[in-house]
Design a protein around this ligand. Sequence first.
Ligand code: SAM
Length: 280
Amino acid sequence: MNQDLALLQKHGLRFSEKLGQNFLIDPAVCPRMAALCGATKTCGVLEVGPGAGVLTRELAHVAGKVVAIELDTRLRPVLREALAAHKNTEVLFGDVLQIDLAALLQTHFAGMPVHVCANLPYYITSPVLMRLLESRLPFVNITVMVQKEAAARLCAPMGTRACGAVTAAVAYYAAAQPLFQVSRDAFLPSPNVDSTVIQLTLRPAPPVAPPSEASFFRLIRAAFGQRRKTLPNALAAGLSAEKSQVVAALNCAGIPLAARAETLTLEDFARIAACWPGPL
Ligand code: SAM
């Protein structure tokens, strides 16, 4: 049995499905993620969900400092033992969706470039990524394992069938690319999905400048909310707007009335937002 599993067993820990606890048991995956995240000894790494600390240890080898946020306090004794020899690691117990990330960076990484690297709990993949991106904190990059299907959506080029509202939101803040595939057999318990490690490289500035970000994203969510419908129908329904108003905005933005959300680029959405008469 591998040492991490032995440790979990020693502490009588049962995997929690609710918390997305599928722990990596393939020894090749974590060193590869740690190397690809690009952190060096002058960098910090923020990890989400260290579990039994397999990735944390690999990150501690490449980075100057690793801070990991774990929700499950039952893992406290496991992590204490697993990370005892890695003095440049620290575990904070809390919810990554609640914790004050700006204060965390200030307190734990002051002055260091910070990377994010994690095998994410899949039940909160999009909320975690959006929280990291919307925080506008200066992360160098975000290297995460996600469900294979989520990776395809997150990394899809805009204007293709695979994209959705989350693709647009990610593309606004970062350039996303898949790095490598991971089989379901690499985990215990084995989930019923395969995984992909992806990397988001944060942009210095968004590629478009809509009049209001909130309105821009409302427009995008409405367009993809009924993605099979043409834009006039999807937007009229999703924004409770008059169809004539939607048609006028699309004409002004030079978008064909037969277009669907998945055919549009970020620039197209920004033009529609700019042409929209009144508040969105
Ligand atoms: N890093 C370990 C590995 O690769 O084996 C564990 C990854 S497991 C897929 C996800 C981890 O995220 C679990 O340890 C789980 O307890 C933790 N987790 C779940 N929800 C969380 C949350 N809201 N905030 C922080 N950690 C969370």
